[in-house]
Write a new protein. Sequence first.
Length: 273
Amino acid sequence: MLTRLIPCSQEPLPVIGLGTWQTFDVRGTSAYPQLQQTLATLRAAGSTVIDSSPMYGRAEEVVGDLTSQTEDPASFFYATKVWTQGREAGIRQMEDSLRKLRRPAIDLMQIHNLVDWKTHLPTLRDWQAAGKVRYVGITHYTDAMHDELARILTTETIDFVQFNYSILDRNAEKRLLPVAAERGVATLINRPFTEGNLLARVRGKALPDWATELGISNWAEFLLKFIVAHPAVTCVIPGTRNPNHLADNLLAGAGEMPDEATREKMAAYVRAL
């Protein structure tokens, strides 16, 4: 698994992780065996990153339940978010996340969709100083907020920024990715398949012959490798509960990466489908 360095610490981070929106929001334990296999697949490929949020229903609690049953729960990189208004409410929610994830500290705490970010950011910095949070981040999921994310990166000290980016959704290339690179901010990429729309677009279509020359064997790998090949991308976090789908995703983190000309060729091929 290829890794990229978190700029502020030089800690290596695997380039493919796991999102938990919808996929880990399950009731009861009947889905646990499949989800446990999904986490085993993640670790076997050399990845550790799990991204969650209080917004995702029971996802945090499920992640905590499942990782606590593994041999080394501390080996995962736990990313979650604060998603509420007000300082005290934010503190309560983050304490709740620690409890649900069964962690003494969170690797990355992000302000979800910039909700009341000016209130939460000082709290996150206090928690970081106290060792309860290792990294501080901000997130959004729409193109319309990319300029605001970039503006915050230029005025505040932020460790991570999470946002949407895909082979046909490239607004982040205009300003946000360059600003993150310039400011030394790690990037987490959400919606890499535009909530499944890209996978629906390519379903049943043949991969181009030249893709196999890059060692690409499936469409998920094709779409994710386009993203990973951007030098300002640190980690992509597609969501799934299916270990076989995750195995396909994880292939994008290994092998040869396309150069810029090949990336444009990849995007043109998908646009034409």
